[in-house]
Design a protein around this ligand. Structure first.
Ligand SMILES: N[C@@H](CCC(=O)NCCCC(=O)O)C(=O)O
Length: 254
């Protein structure tokens, strides 16, 4: 059986402070393989190496992964400050136009954490550089120390719009998630629908109004222990079903 291909947008990492590699968390590939039943392919986060037109033909769907560097504020019309932390303009240069093209085409994608923020910016929204500094907001950052299990521990609820896209897809109006981010949505893009919030009001789940295809973004990390998590499994399953439908519509049943 020829499985659909899901492109997993990677991140740059320096090995020994000198050797640049492009990679993505194994947990993303595992969720794509085990739940979506698709072939995971890690995509270099550089549009010069992986032009989006070629990517959209080579892959049936995409996962926009998390990443420590932030989206450059110039992408939403703001000046860079120290608060914005590290940047990755090459990834911005691939992810933002790719998301816009996927929305236009109706090709499936799942946006996670930085990917969620890229989705909002790509569609005309803005970000706040440090949401824990906002009145009434909690600290959503990854614990600086501890085990991976502690860093990805479930730490807050997400409340979905009753009867909305996420509530129907995940079969619940309130779910429990992890949280590993410092930035967050400030203003949603004109077509960005915020369908889920944390108790402190932080946007946690979005989709694009009047989209032709499957495309959702989550601020948390559903890829962690996805096969065992009651929220992650239906999320990746719905994404996988959309990718299979895309593949079947393009070239017959996979
Ligand atoms: N940089 C953004 C997005 C956060 C994110 O994607 N976190 C996952 C990586 C966690 C880590 O390696 O620190 C933000 O901080 O909001």
């Amino acid at each position: 059986m020829v499985r659909p291909v899901i492109g997993i947008i990677g991140n740059p990492h320096l090995i020994n402070s000198e050797y640049l590699v492009h990679g993505a968390g194994e947990m993303n590939s595992r969720a794509v393989r085990e739940i979506c039943n698709a072939l995971p392919v890690i995509v270099p986060p550089d549009a010069l190496l992986a032009p989006i037109e070629e990517l959209m033909e080579a892959c049936d769907g995409f996962v926009f992964t998390g990443g420590r560097p932030n989206v450059h504020p110039k992408e939403y019309g703001e000046d860079l400050t120290e608060d914005h932390g590290d940047m990755d303009e090459k990834r911005d240069g691939l992810a933002l136009p790719l998301i816009r093209a996927l929305v236009t085409r109706g090709q499936p994608y799942l946006a996670i954490c930085r990917g969620f923020q890229e989705m909002n910016v790509a569609m005309g929204g803005s970000l706040h550089p440090e949401i824990r500094d906002l009145p009434g907001r909690d600290n959503h950052r990854m614990p600086p120390d501890g085990t991976l299990e502690e860093k990805f521990a479930l730490r807050h609820d997400v409340c979905f719009t009753p009867g909305g896209v996420f509530a129907r897809m995940l079969g619940a109006e309130v779910v429990r998630t992890n949280t590993l981010h410092g930035q967050g949505i400030k203003e949603p893009g004109p077509r960005v629908v915020i369908d889920g919030h944390a108790p402190d009001g932080t946007p946690e789940a979005i989709y694009i109004k009047d989209s032709k295809g499957f495309g959702v973004g989550v601020q948390w990390h559903p890829e962690y222990s996805a096969a065992q998590d009651p929220v992650s499994r239906p999320l990746f399953s719905a994404f996988g079903a959309a990718v299979y439908e895309w593949r079947a519509a393009r070239s017959g049943p996979a």
